[in-house]
Design a protein around this ligand. Structure first.
Ligand code: NDP
Ligand code: HSE
Length: 432
């Protein structure tokens, strides 16, 4: 074993960073044995230097993250600040000053992954980010390395723990969205501002990263179709139950049947209770990967939290340190296919549509005609009149597979019918 330690600069010492520092200290001997050299925490950049941080030598703490990454003797920068700036500038400076980078920052990787990979390559350094998608669950490395000889066609999963907790709560207790969100906040799953989670931005960033790696192409955050889960109601869960389904916020990345394009999307969807994703409870994550040779693979585990996320960061740290000692770099960017990302309108799936209609003769036929005119085939229809005597009925239509554009045209035409009083909900049905 070499005796000169590898020096690590830790940028951020919050939920994840504090656990990274703890594990680096408590597992120091094992890490050294696995890497072939000791790793030394050379500095810790934070925003509030006076905050007490258990197990961290106060002399290592600085508010000048830029000076830390510019020191010139840093081997690896671990970025766990989050957000776009100053993380992006700090990572750029780290490469320019000879360090490799480990990051957990999905927002930054989804937005600027291509440019950061190019910088890493230019400076012959590593950029690893296993923790950016699904916390502790190994996903990036299996896609980048283990499946590098296969052809991935689909990645489908639950990649946000906060929203899975909320939806699971709504499903299992009948709670409304706000009540379930309040509980998620009280338990520390949801942040004070839960927008990134509940509006699907967090999952969309993860979908962009997964799709890019899985299909060896470039998928930016803006390419990912996104719908949050704030509109999901108890009535939607009741409808789902009637169909033998539950509702999950899914990230779905697919290669088109002709192999010439890809799609990436995040939205709530009904999935059958028999599907393994239906039994992913609480704040857990699970991701299905479907490939030509391997078939179906499922990855499951804690997708968030300090220690689980730090586990993925430490795995990257060990890999990057081993590369450094071996005088090599690991796999870099592999966006060689340049497959275009198709718009959501071209996505084909099934739909569950809930309508409020006038309860009188001919309405069902009128509605069915609109579906037929738009080339959307109906699988099942369920109608029941209301007891409140308002002359309306609830009509639930489940379609066969149709394009999102055709479904959109159908719904627009339905809204213009006098006999359709309202479109109560539209939800995609996946996993069949
Ligand atoms: P926290 O908000 O808990 O921690 C952020 C840390 O960054 C804090 O220590 C903060 O300092 C420090 N910081 C903020 N701004 C600056 C700055 N300008 N200069 C130096 N330090 C700064 O975030 P998390 O630990 O939860 O998340 C970190 C990253 O990990 C994010 O990219 C996140 O998306 C990702 N991630 C998080 C997961 C989780 O479960 N929390 C799961 C998977 C990924 P101070 O302590 O002084 O406030
Ligand atoms: N807010 C994210 C979640 C953290 O709930 O899954 C992990 O990326």
């Amino acid at each position: 074993m070499r005796t000169r330690p590898l020096k690590v600069a830790l940028l951020g010492c919050g939920v994840v960073g504090s656990e990274v520092a703890r594990i680096m200290t408590t597992h120091a001997d094992d890490l050294a044995a696995r890497i072939g050299a000791p790793v030394e925490l050379a500095g810790v950049a934070v925003r509030r230097p006076s905050k007490v941080r258990a197990g961290i030598d106060p002399d290592l703490v600085t508010t000048d993250a830029t000076a830390l990454v510019k020191r010139g003797d840093i081997d690896v920068v671990v970025e766990v600040i989050g957000g776009i700036e100053p993380a992006r500038s700090l990572i750029t400076t780290a490469f320019e000053h000879g360090a490799s980078v480990v990051s957990a920052n999905k927002a930054l990787l989804a937005q600027d992954g291509a440019a950061l990979h190019a910088l890493a390559e230019e400076h012959k350094r590593d950029l690893y980010y296993e923790a950016a998608v699904a916390g502790a669950i190994p996903l990036i490395r299996p896609l980048r390395e283990s499946l590098a000889g296969d052809k991935v066609n689909r990645v489908l999963g639950i990649v946000n723990g906060t929203t899975n907790f909320i939806l699971d709560k709504m499903d299992s207790t009948g709670a409304g969205y706000q009540e379930a969100l309040d509980e998620a906040t009280a338990l520390g799953y949801a942040e004070a501002d839960p927008t990134a989670d509940v509006e699907g931005f967090d999952a969309a960033a993860k979908a962009a990263i997964l799709a890019g790696i899985a299909f060896h192409t470039r998928v930016r955050l803006d390419d990912v179709y996104r719908e949050g889960m704030t509109e999901v109601t108890a009535a939607d869960f009741a409808s789902a139950k009637n169909m033998g389904c539950t509702i999950k916020l899914l990230a779905i990345c697919e290669r088109a049947a002709d192999g010439e394009s890809v799609t990436a999307r995040v939205h709530p969807a009904m999935i059958p209770l028999s599907h393994p994703l239906a039994s992913v409870r609480g704040a857990y994550n699970a991701v299905f990967v479907e490939s030509d040779a391997a078939g179906q693979l499922m990855f499951y585990g804690p997708g968030a939290g300090g220690a689980p996320t730090a586990s993925a960061v430490l795995g990257d740290l060990v890999a990057v340190c081993r590369n450094k000692i071996g005088g090599a770099t690991g796999p870099g960017d592999s966006a060689y296919t340049q497959l275009p990302v198709s718009p959501m309108g071209e996505v084909v799936t099934r739909y569950h549509i809930s309508l409020d209609v006038a309860d009188k003769p001919g309405v069902l036929a009128q509605v069915a005609t609109v579906f037929a005119e738009h080339g959307v085939s109906i699988d099942t229809v369920r109608q029941h009149g209301r007891q409140d005597g308002d002359g309306e009925a609830s009509l639930v239509v489940v379609t066969h597979r149709a394009s999102d554009a055709s479904l959109g045209g159908t719904v627009e035409a339905l809204r213009s019918l006098d006999t359709v009083r309202g479109v109560a909900s539209i939800m995609r049905v996946e996993g069949e």
